[in-house]
Design a protein around this ligand. Sequence first.
Ligand code: ATP
Ligand code: MG
Length: 370
Amino acid sequence: MFWYFACAATIGWLLLVLGWLYSREKLPSLFLRPTLMDILDRLTNRQVIEDRLPELEAATYLDAESLSRALKQRIIGQDSVCTDIAAQIRRRLALSRRGKPVGIFLFAGPPGTGKTFLAKVLAQELDRELLHLDMAQFAAGSHSLSQLFGMSKGYVGSDSYGKLTGGLRDTPNAVVLLDEIEKAHPDVLKAFLTAWNDGFVTERSDGKIVSTTGAIFVLTSNAATERLGMLATQYAGDPESMRTAAVNTLREAQFAPEVLNRIDRIFVFRTLEGLDIARVSALEIEQMISSYGLEVAEQGIDPNIVLMLMVRHKKLGTVGSSRDLVRAIEEQLADSLIEARRKGFTRISLVQTESQGIVARAVRASPEVS
Ligand SMILES: Nc1ncnc2c1ncn2[C@@H]1O[C@H](COP(=O)(O)OP(=O)(O)OP(=O)(O)O)[C@@H](O)[C@H]1O
Ligand SMILES: [Mg+2]
């Protein structure tokens, strides 16, 4: 009898203790602890990881302020675009809309104002691959579709992926730059609508699905250049009204309405003015010189050359781009640049002369050598 009561009392106590543990939600962790936590305790220092979890959380959120600052350092004269895109990207990365790309942005405005350049810089600053697709190359219907989305089975080339499908398969979070979107064939645009609405594209060679939800799509356009340039000035302090006016302008200019409807945000680039033209021209000259394996000496560009480019730019108005103007200079200089390189010089300066026009002069690397 005694043993009977003793057993009953022990079982009763046990049930009470278990009940109490259960009510405090301690029971599962007691049982799970050895399987879950032992791994971290055995292989690393769990406590350090737990303590630093909040830091990790903060690190995954993009700092819009520092992105905007980094963009402004490299993109001249487009401060409001830089601020806006940094804020948009931060918001959209935090939102992560299910089944849709991170963002579909349109960069519109006059030529040579930094649209393509900003897309490239953005990819670098976000530490993402850039998938640059020049849409003028996809102006033919079915051939362009095969180039982008792969060749159907049984055709020559059906063993390799398309440029878009292959690119996104390899780097799903790429910045996909669809440069000069209005030049693409309507069927190509239709295929992109599916990519944006469904959140995936289908590779035609093997029917596999490639996600587009990690990607940022940047479209650039030259449509309605003059009008958009004017809007950017007119609504400089009111970006919201500017965007509405820009959408209407693009619609009137026959910009594919289905694409326009699908765009998350439009960024209007303003026409460059004053010293900004000088800055971009000087940068363009520097890039042109470096493409010959040479560098510009300190203060190596004659200011008269930059002033001459500014005058030409002004005469051309919104259709003028520093890049085209610098190309004209390059025509005059190419031979002397090649010659300077051949002779082993690395640094040059550009001088405007009365008799020969613009000439390149080699600069010795350091005073000690001369
Ligand atoms: N706002 C800018 N800031 C810095 N560099 C610029 C800017 N605009 C143009 N550039 C320089 O000029 C080059 C050409 O600019 P970019 O290709 O971005 O022009 P775009 O607006 O795309 O013109 P298009 O409409 O003709 O394609 C860039 O590689 C860059 O070196
Ligand atoms: Mg461009």
